[in-house]
Write a protein that binds this ligand. Sequence first.
Ligand SMILES: Cc1cc2nc3c(=O)[nH]c(=O)nc-3n(C[C@H](O)[C@H](O)[C@H](O)COP(=O)(O)OP(=O)(O)OC[C@H]3O[C@@H](n4cnc5c(N)ncnc54)[C@H](O)[C@@H]3O)c2cc1C
Length: 581
Amino acid sequence: MNAIEQTLRAVAEAVLSDRDAAKVDLDALADRMAQIADANPNIGPRTRLKRLLKLISSRLGMALLGAYGPFASQPLSARRQTLMRWSTGRPLQRTAFQALKRLALFAAYGCEPSLWPIGYEPLEPSAGFDLETSDLPSEADFIVVGSGAGGSVAAAALAQAGFDVCVLESGINPRQLGLNEADGFHQLFLGGGALTTRDLSVSILAGGALGGGTTVNWLTCYRPPTLDQWERDSGLPKRKIEEQIERIESRLEVNDNPVELNLSNLALQRGCQNLGWSVHRLRRNGTNCADRCAPCTFGCPYGAKQSAPLTYLKDACAHGAKIVCDAPAKRILFNRDRATGVELSNGEQVMARRGVVIACGAIESPALLLRSGLRGIGANLSLHVTTATFAQYDDPVSAFWGAPQAVACDQFLDEGILIETPALYPGFAAAAFPWPGDPLEPGLAVFLSIIADAGEGRITLDRHGQAVIDYRPGTRTSERLLKGIEEMIRLHEAAGGRNIRTLHQPPTDRPGKIVPNRIGLFSAHQMGSCSRAVDALGRAKGKDGLFIADASLFPTSLGVNPMITVMALAAYVAEDIVASS
Ligand SMILES: Cc1cc2nc3c(=O)[nH]c(=O)nc-3n(C[C@H](O)[C@H](O)[C@H](O)COP(=O)(O)OP(=O)(O)OC[C@H]3O[C@@H](n4cnc5c(N)ncnc54)[C@H](O)[C@@H]3O)c2cc1C
């Protein structure tokens, strides 16, 4: 074993409880941690983690972090004390702690069946999407970059209008759906599921394969509550967007058919009812999910989730569109100020006779535009920053099963707080929960609060040309996060939960403070980061033939789950492109 492998093993042994460490082969776990760290496609974070491991493998490095002797040489109790000190220490120490803790716990609980909780059973994967993908053509009328919520709708509209369309998707067309957690994050999520803000304080979840977010998301379908404001302040016509929403909901078969409630949803509903708070069943784009549903984050194996590959990408293909996977766009090609094509990371090019539509999502669209030389892009990034609270219940159902989101508490929607439930997976949950603690006790139920934030984030590029995400919640966002935690605690109490905890480090049952890397923060909804560079029709300012059609268009944070709104804006942008072409 070399020094880094010894360090990884020592970290794993220190982070796992004695009981769980005894159940696993620590050498194999250290190997897996190394593989996961190596598989991060983002060069900057991967290099920083390697540097950290090297640092704590040496006496000098440990001295810089305020400890003595290489990490692996310390006795177990001293290693745990060091980690505990770092977990609440200086910013760099907290970042180091989070990097090590998350890596060890994800590698252990995500992959070790001996550590899986009662009630969790991975699905049997099914065959992948029944959708033909193509080789890269040399040209098309329109190139749509990104095959997610926005890109799929734009591609279908353009193809149905008779244009020759090529969709470029950086991710794979998965051979299987309903994957296990480790493969699912690696294959279907942006950054292999390891995407975070630069300082690791917010974990970012976004789709990164065919269908983008629509392949991995939780089927909740909300209409936007912001249309009056967007019409007034940004010129987006409310009536036209509403017309698009009607069509999209019909194509996605959005319905309010009841689904069975898993433990998190059951507890949320009961807590609201006992407090007399507003709670409602969610509308979903799932057909026949009930009775056989398991959380569907890693691709629905039943064809029940009406994701883009089953709907709009299929429509686009039926009208001749070519979908090219494993095709990451590196930059947009211009002739003077006119977009004329796209160059891929491998240097291949595809030319656009009429225009280029960018729909890589609110993290990667600004990065692509910045790589292409555009300026004034990347600010106003909202993350719907989210935290969670958890508790134990005696109900005989599990939160590791069933529709991830079935009910929501909208009692505080006007105050920018929406309370829902997450899908639960052992690796992700263990990595997110505070340490030390028994992360996956029986009867676990989790609530999350989605916060309407204020565009506090920004996308820039690192020296490799990859996206860097900076985000620091402002005062109002922090206040909303704290109020959300308070109300979630109240809900758990009212629902009969015990052992209630927040995601603060160290573990606590009180709202605490919002300090980076001392509370678990997440984002599954990114938006707004190109909004300052486009007009109300999604046309890039100062450029011809260049359009944006994804969540990066949102003028402000939305406050509810955004997929339907993304699709409606993309349809609106595409309709105008068709009308003016
Ligand atoms: C776990 C999870 C659960 C969610 N649950 C819900 C929910 O229940 N309801 C809801 O409304 N919303 C939900 N969302 C959010 C919703 O899915 C997204 O807001 C929506 O998909 C964003 O659409 P988009 O078009 O902006 O980007 P995406 O749908 O993410 O599509 C962007 C696509 O572009 C590709 N891409 C990126 N860079 C490049 C490049 N350089 N070249 C080519 N392709 C590229 C990506 O791989 C991706 O496929 C969830 C998201 C996640 C991650």
